[in-house]
Design a protein around this ligand. Structure first.
Ligand SMILES: [Fe+2]
Ligand SMILES: [Fe+2]
Length: 282
């Protein structure tokens, strides 16, 4: 199958609408970020981010298509003029590696978040994959307009959840804040806590809904982190486990290996290659 047909089949398999609006080629982030699509696909690698090591590994596996959830060259929109102008050395070396190995990179973000078929419905393919691989698929209870996902579980502790995440998500460490022995029943996967100004509405939500454990995508020290630190020190059942944005979403790309044949209506060898753990801990 040609790479362009692989891409088209995967797009068609997904729901393809966001809040009722159809995802269009002009507006979507899901672009071919690198390489040619008019050639036969020799194999596929799925990952969160096509890091240099992922590219090397794809070549070793005989794959010429990397399906990555995030951008390739370190900015929203994957703009490269500034890298060409400044002749950025890391950019040139990474580009040369893609050229030498003849690898095509397609970003698969909006379509997978729009939904993959599950039963008679569509569910966000990233969060469905995370839930399946973590053993939480029965625990999903709700989501809200901010994209937050709420889980209700049997009583556990942040320490126990941390152990589970390290094992299932293949991580070497986690950043934790708050009361690690808290009683946890309510978990919230929240979005990007990356604004230094305030997280007042999120903090209100946590307080009003008695959320015990937060799993943020991005997390800064300001606002939510400070609030959870104070809450934990006061003995409340509150904690944060910040695995990191890519570490958290990557299991969704790992799970894709389970459904890609259904999308392609044929078998193409597909391997998941973990780009994370983003962090090295000392
Ligand atoms: Fe995502
Ligand atoms: Fe993301």
């Amino acid at each position: 199958m040609l790479i362009k047909d692989v891409i088209q089949n995967i797009k068609s398999y997904c729901k393809g609408t966001w809040n009722g609006t159809v995802i269009t080629d002009e507006k979507t982030r899901d672009k071919v970020l690198y390489g040619d699509t008019d050639k036969e696909c020799t194999g596929i690698v799925t990952t969160i981010y096509a890091s240099t090591n992922v590219i090397r590994k794809a070549h070793e596996l005989g794959a010429n298509l990397i399906i990555a959830h995030e951008a390739l060259f370190w900015n929203r929109g994957d703009h490269r003029e500034w890298l060409e102008e400044s002749q950025n050395k890391t950019y040139l070396a990474k580009k040369k590696m893609l050229d030498d190995y003849g690898i095509t990179v397609w970003r698969f973000h909006d379509y997978i978040h729009s939904g993959i078929p599950v039963g008679d419905d569509y569910i966000d393919g990233i969060f469905y994959g995370i839930a399946k691989l973590t053993g939480w698929d029965k625990a999903i209870i709700s989501s809200d307009v901010s994209g937050a996902i709420y889980l209700e579980c049997e009583t556990t502790t942040p320490r126990e959840v941390g152990k589970l995440l390290k094992e299932k998500w293949h991580l070497s460490g986690l950043k934790c804040i708050g009361n690690m022995d808290a009683k946890v029943n309510k978990i919230m996967v929240c979005g990007h806590v990356s604004e230094g100004g305030d997280s007042n509405s999120l903090i209100k939500k946590v307080d009003e809904n008695n959320i015990n454990l937060l799993l943020p995508l991005e997390l800064i020290d300001f606002t939510l982190s400070e609030y959870i630190k104070d809450s934990g020190q006061l003995g409340y059942d509150r904690a944060i486990i910040a695995a990191g944005h890519f570490n958290l979403e990557e299991p969704g790309m790992e799970y894709m290996v389970n459904w890609i044949d259904d999308a392609l209506k044929t078998h193409i060898k597909t391997d998941f290659v973990q780009a994370g753990d983003m962090y090295t801990y000392m």
